[in-house]
Design a protein around this ligand. Structure first.
Ligand code: SAM
Length: 290
């Protein structure tokens, strides 16, 4: 079997991306990693997923991983000692010697920087990603300070633990690895798509070549059979064979959806003059409808 190495080139040996997840609930991940793309990536050796039970790195009868917070207050805090011991046993490089392009240690935290598709792409280029899953009130801050390279949050809400956040990150990263999806370009053709857009033409008569989330916007709406469902028809343009018209419709709908659901993305997306013109039209239509 010919294998793809991580840079998308044909080669005999290839780099396997490795995730290490430090948690008090290692069984949590058994089912999340057993389906679909993740399962295939794991069983074909594209990715290695290792869980580490924090309680194995304790030394008391009760396998204590937490303690009361200094300064008082609610809840318990995960102690630094078992986490540092786990990292040492796993062979995680000391922070000062770590190659930031190859290995990263992440603390999952509601106080972290937002996880985005751009971060997923960055992590997909690494050889090893270690994630520390917090619980209770969180993790002793010295873990962040002395062991972790970054704190990541998966959204502006508070979860009970870091395990769900870790599973989300693994999923989003693994599908970006060359070979994980059926078609190597599939992950470019979706929401938050490739940075640059293929359609550089400013001529409104030239239909865009790429219509998905290209430029960093949302994907367009999708339809399948039947052509009419409960009185709701599939847009006519999609049923005709005019591919230029279909691309133009899809780009317009992607812009419309982004304007409606995530206008913040438009401010930082890479839009052509043609896109800006379409957006102006969509805004005007909305005003007319109101
Ligand atoms: N006291 C913390 C706060 O207010 O920010 C919340 C702690 S939370 C109950 C327990 C653990 O869940 C955290 O240590 C972290 O690992 C994880 N967690 C909670 N929300 C998260 C989020 N939005 N993203 C990533 N991890 C999160």
């Amino acid at each position: 079997m010919q294998l793809l190495c991580r840079r998308g080139l044909s080669c005999l040996s290839f780099l396997v991306m490795r995730f290490d997840l430090v948690t008090i609930f290692p069984d949590f991940f058994t089912s999340s990693f057993s389906y679909g793309i993740l399962n295939r990536a794991r069983t074909t050796g594209l990715v290695e997923l290792h869980t580490h039970d924090l309680r194995s790195y304790t030394h008391d009868r009760h396998k204590t991983v937490d303690d009361r917070p200094f300064g008082g207050g609610e809840g318990m805090v995960l102690k630094p000692q078992p986490i540092f011991e786990a990292a040492k046993t796993m062979g995680v490089s000391p922070k000062v010697h770590r190659d930031p392009a190859k290995e990263t240690v992440i603390l999952l935290s509601a106080q972290g920087r937002p996880f985005t598709q751009a971060v997923a792409h960055e992590l997909a280029g690494m050889e090893r990603v270690v994630m520390i899953c917090g619980r209770y009130e969180g993790v002793d801050e010295r873990v962040n300070q002395l062991l972790c390279d970054r704190e990541i949050s998966i959204g502006d809400y508070v979860l009970s633990g870091g395990e769900l956040a870790a599973a989300v990150i693994v999923d989003a990263v693994v599908r970006l690895l060359p070979g994980a999806l059926g078609h190597p370009d599939s992950s470019k053709f979706e929401s938050f798509g490739a940075e640059d857009i293929d359609n550089k033409s400013d001529d409104p008569q030239v239909p865009p070549r790429t219509t998905h989330g290209a430029g960093g916007i949302l994907d367009y709406p999708h339809y399948t059979r039947p052509a009419d469902f409960e009185g709701a028809p599939v847009p006519e343009v999609l049923q005709g064979g005019n591919h230029d018209a279909i691309r133009a419709w899809r780009r317009r709908m992607a812009l419309k959806k982004t304007l409606e659901n995530r206008p913040d993305l438009l401010e930082r997306s890479n839009l052509s003059k043609q896109d800006l013109k379409l957006l102006e039209e969509i805004r005007r239509e909305k005003l007319d409808e109101a």
